[in-house]
Design a protein around this ligand. Structure first.
Ligand SMILES: Nc1ncnc2c1ncn2[C@@H]1O[C@H](COP(=O)(O)OP(=O)(O)OP(=O)(O)O)[C@@H](O)[C@H]1O
Ligand SMILES: Nc1ncnc2c1ncn2[C@@H]1O[C@H](COP(=O)(O)OP(=O)(O)OP(=O)(O)O)[C@@H](O)[C@H]1O
Ligand SMILES: [Mg+2]
Ligand SMILES: [Mg+2]
Lengths: 228, 228
């Protein structure tokens, strides 16, 4: 589903040059649940943005569903994203003056889903992340962990092919994190949702079938979990 | 240093009413290092905002250094904050078009510190959180964990009396989190910095001398660590 071929992402030049990704090869098959770990600044979000078609490599190639996505223009990448990808941003990126349910409906609006069906699907997604009763709140009227869960609901409401989640439980307590992991596992098993998830917590990563570790813009290890 | 007397924080009314805090009594002595835990939406950030003089109770009283801070107007609370309090926000709240070092200098500008001394103190604070080499980057050019560390540096650069930190290691890997905890412990032990820190990770909370747990806007437990 996802393939990196010697992907580099470079910012600046000369003394100020930063290689956020420095030659990354990575393949993710349909139906996999991959956890991505590594120190702060090691390139995880940069890799996630390329996987999610939000950004393109400086060098090397990125294939999404066998299409050279790095070579497409902005609007074609946006179309791929809207049709196939759900993205949970490290900073949530919710619309500030919009309620929780309207934020979750946004990807459905792009797909031309009718208003009544949009509302139904959005409320279901909010229920799945435990936010029934908060749908009318704007982000400022929600706790950090509640905002994070709105972002997760928005990412799954279209039933995407690929979920890219950048630290989806970073602001959630243990019990709530386990609930969200249960939800992601169910979507992965029952609907074949492919998941690439950044986390810095080992017990969250343990829910995935494979752990890829970044260090200084390269992949340092790539370990499949042994069947229990 | 900090005292809550039957503090309530209520939003909305009637059916839409939310009691973010529902009668909280809490005392924090100078020099303590208190961890604050509890489920998502239980009132932790609301309590932190009142402690940091960013917000006032709906009912009940909040005393900071024996002054009824809840009864002060905005500008007097802002003055208390600038002189005595360092705040790490759950969402960092960095200025977007400003570099890391300029963001860290901001509290020093409020205190009228001269430009050369400001730059020196800000660079030292950034070095303490491991960000030497990133001082000229704006938030958009920094990873999530790097932005979080800029927020921490900004909170400690004035050598405040009280540090209020809302999930300061939420986006940091284990090694980096332990470094930050080591830094906070050193400031607490060597400079008597009083710390109120929200975290949802038990091994981060273990660095504190006392754990206060919120549930549904009330304090459910308040446990001092037994001396090892
Ligand atoms: N302006 C507001 N209007 C209505 N409800 C609000 C408002 N601000 C906060 N709340 C509600 O108050 C409750 C407590 O919020 P708070 O941010 O203190 O939680 P928290 O413990 O910090 O959660 P988290 O761990 O998710 O950050 C939440 O249920 C939230 O929805
Ligand atoms: N626009 C930019 N200009 C310069 N450097 C950048 C830019 N964007 C990112 N970087 C740098 O690229 C590196 C990788 O960033 P990235 O956000 O991918 O890290 P990360 O692994 O997600 O970190 P974290 O765990 O802290 O979120 C960082 O060192 C960062 O400073
Ligand atoms: Mg990141
Ligand atoms: Mg909070």
């Amino acid at each position: 589903l996802v393939r990196f071929e010697q992907v580099w992402k470079t910012y600046g030049s000369g003394e100020a040059r930063v290689d956020a990704l420095a030659g990354v090869d990575l393949t993710i098959e349909r139906g996999e649940f991959v956890a991505i770990m590594g120190p702060s600044g090691s390139g995880k979000s940069t890799a996630m943005n390329i996987i999610g078609c939000l950004d393109t490599p400086t060098r090397g190639r990125y294939f999404f569903m066998d299409v050279d996505a790095g070579g497409l223009d902005r609007s074609r990448r946006a179309l791929l994203r809207n049709l196939y990808i759900g993205f949970v941003f490290q900073g949530y990126n919710l619309l500030a003056r919009t309620t929780a349910v309207e934020n979750v409906e946004l990807p459905l609006i792009y797909r031309g889903v009718a208003a009544r069906q949009r509302r139904k699907l959005a409320l279901e997604a909010l229920a799945k992340v435990g936010l029934t009763g908060r749908e009318g709140h704007t982000p400022a009227e929600l706790s950090g962990g509640q905002q994070q869960r709105v972002a997760i609901a928005r990412a799954i409401v279209t039933n995407p092919t690929l979920l890219v989640a950048d630290e989806p439980t970073g602001n959630l307590d243990t019990a709530r994190s386990q609930e969200i992991m249960g939800l992601l596992n169910a979507l992965n098993r029952e609907q074949g949702l492919t998941i690439a998830m950044v986390t810095h917590e080992a017990d969250i990563a343990a829910h995935a079938g494979r752990i890829v570790t970044f260090v200084d813009g390269k992949i340092a290890s790539d370990e499949a979990k042994l069947e229990a």
